[in-house]
Design a protein around this ligand. Structure first.
Ligand code: PA5
Length: 426
C-alpha cells in the first residue's frame, strides 16, 4: 500500500509539523492523549487470538445454516464498517447470484416507514436471521428496527427458534439491548469498552457480519496487523504513511482547504467512502474545527460534482483511493464498421482506460488548483482492506490531535437525539 503526496510540500512546511507529530505519535501509542480511554483499537489487530477467530467463524457457520438472509441492524459505526468491507469484497451483483452464503440486508440506519415496511414485507415469507448491533444498546433507530424484525421472526418460526437466529453485539453490561439479550438467551458478543463505534470494525461488530457474508476475516486481521507494524511507535515519521497522510491533510487545512473529497474509481468502494466519512467527520468535526469529509464516485461524479471540483470555490482537496490491479480482464472488442468511433480503444483493457481517466482527472484538477493525494492498494482483497482500515483509523486519530480535538467522543451527535426524544415525549 502506498501513500503518494503529489503536491510535494516545501520541506519547511512539513518540518513545522514534525515536533507535534512526534508528540502525537507518542501519545497515541502510550494512550495518554485526550480520549485515551478509547484507544483499544491501537493494538487491537495484534491482540486478536485464534480462539476468538475460531469462535466467530463457528458462530457465523451455524448462524448461516437454514437461512437465506442475514439482517444486520445498526447505525453509524455499528454497521458502516461491515457494509464497507462486504461491498468492497463482494461481486457487484452478489444479491442476484445464487451462492451458499446468506445475502446481507441492513436495517436500523433510518426511520423510514416505507423502508421498514418494504423490508418486513419482503422478509415475511423468507428464512432470515438477525444480528443486532448497538454499543450503547439504547439508540432509537436500531432498537426500532429490531423490535419490528424480532416480532416478524418470532411470528414466522416461534419464539424459541427465533432466539437461536438472533445474535446481539453490545456493551458487556449496560443498555436495553443487553437486558433483552440476557432475558431471551441470545448469543451475545461484547464490544470492548475501550473501542468506540467508528473504530469497531475489527471487533465482532464488523468481523461477524463479514464472516457470515463469506469473507476471510483472518486475512483482514493479517492486513491490519501489517499496517499496525508499519505505523508502530518506533517507525520514523517519514516512514509512517498514516502520519504522512495526517500531516499532508493538515498542511492543506492550515492553508484554508476545509473540504477533503475521498475519490474512488470503482463502485465497490462507495461504502468504504461512507465509512471513512463517518470516521473522520465524527472524530474531527468538533469545537468549531475539522476538515469536512466528502466522497465522490468517479466517473459518476465527474459528470456532476466534477464541475465544482474543477471550477468552484477553491477550498477543497482530493484523496484518491486507487487499486493497482483488477481481478478480471475485459478488453474492448474491435468493431468492423467502427460506427461508435471507439476503435482507437480496441483490444485495450477497460482498466487501462479507467487509469487514463484517473490520471487525466488528476492533471485537470491540479490545473484547477485542487491538490491530489493518492492512496494505492495492490488489489481489492481482504489483506488490503485490513490495511486500509487500520491506516485510516490511525491517520484519523493523528489528524484530530493536530487540531487539538478529542478524536473519540461525539458530543454533537447527542444534540439531535435530545431534541427528537423531547418531541417524541420519551
Ligand atoms: O462512532 C460512533 O460511536 C457512533 O457512530 C455510533 O457507532 C453510532 O452512534 C451508533 O451507536 P450505538 O452503537 O451505541 O447504537
Amino acid at each position: 500500500m502506498k501513500f503518494n503526496n503529489y503536491s510535494k510540500f516545501e520541506k519547511a512546511e512539513c518540518e513545522a509539523f514534525h515536533n507535534k507529530a512526534k508528540e502525537i505519535k507518542y501519545n497515541v501509542h502510550n494512550k495518554i492523549g485526550d480520549g485515551n480511554e478509547f484507544t483499544g483499537w491501537v493494538n487491537l489487530p495484534s491482540s486478536i487470538n485464534k480462539e476468538f477467530i475460531d469462535d466467530i467463524e463457528l458462530t457465523a457457520k451455524n448462524f448461516a445454516k437454514n437461512i437465506d438472509f442475514a439482517v444486520v441492524i445498526g447505525i453509524g459505526g455499528s454497521y458502516l464498517g461491515a457494509k464497507a468491507v462486504i461491498d468492497a469484497l463482494n461481486n457487484s451483483f452478489s444479491n442476484f447470484i445464487k451462492n451458499d452464503v446468506p445475502k446481507i440486508l441492513y436495517a436500523g440506519f433510518n426511520i423510514s416507514e416505507d423502508y421498514l415496511f418494504e423490508l418486513t414485507e419482503f422478509l415475511k415469507d423468507k428464512k432470515f436471521g438477525i444480528i443486532v448491533i448497538s454499543k450503547s444498546g439504547t439508540t432509537l433507530e436500531p432498537a426500532l428496527a429490531f423490535r419490528l424484525l424480532k416480532n416478524l421472526l418470532e411470528k414466522n418460526i416461534g419464539v424459541e427458534n427465533a432466539s437461536k437466529k438472533i445474535i446481539a453485539i453490545t456493551d458487556k453490561s449496560r443498555g436495553a439491548l443487553k437486558t433483552l439479550a440476557t432475558k431471551n438467551n441470545y448469543k451475545t458478543y461484547e464490544i470492548p469498552d475501550n473501542v468506540g463505534g467508528r473504530y469497531s470494525v475489527l471487533t465482532p461488530v464488523g468481523l461477524l457480519p463479514i464472516c457470515i457474508a463469506g469473507f476471510d476475516i483472518k486475512k483482514i486481521i493479517a492486513g491490519a496487523i501489517e499496517m499496525e507494524k508499519t505505523s508502530a511507535e518506533n517507525i520514523a515519521i517519514e516512514h509512517d504513511i498514516a502520519m504522512q497522510y495526517a500531516i499532508s491533510r493538515n498542511i492543506l487545512y492550515k492553508q484554508g482547504k476545509k473540504i477533503e473529497i475521498l475519490v474512488n474509481y470503482n463502485p465497490k468502494l462507495h461504502f468504504f467512502g461512507e465509512w471513512w466519512k463517518q470516521l473522520f467527520g465524527e472524530s474531527e468535526g468538533k469545537d468549531g474545527k475539522g476538515i469536512f469529509p466528502a466522497i465522490a464516485d468517479f466517473s459518476t461524479d465527474l459528470h456532476s460534482m466534477g464541475q465544482y471540483i474543477q471550477d468552484g470555490e477553491r477550498h477543497i482537496f482530493e484523496t484518491v483511493l486507487s487499486i493497482e490491479k483488477p481481478f478480471n480482464s475485459l478488453t474492448v472488442p474491435k468493431a468492423e464498421e467502427n460506427l461508435d468511433n471507439l476503435n482507437f480503444l480496441a483490444e485495450k483493457n477497460v482498466e487501462f482506460i479507467n487509469k487514463q481517466a484517473q490520471e487525466g482527472t488528476r492533471l485537470a484538477h491540479e490545473m484547477g488548483k485542487v491538490t491530489n493525494f493518492n492512496i494505492e492498494i495492490e488489489k481489492l482483497d481482504e489483506i488490503n482492506i485490513g490495511k486500509l482500515i487500520y491506516f485510516f483509523e490511525k491517520a484519523c486519530a493523528y489528524s484530530a490531535y493536530f487540531i487539538d480535538v478529542n478524536p473519540f467522543n461525539q458530543p454533537g451527535v447527542e444534540a439531535y437525539k435530545q431534541k427528537m426524544f423531547q418531541l417524541l415525549e420519551k
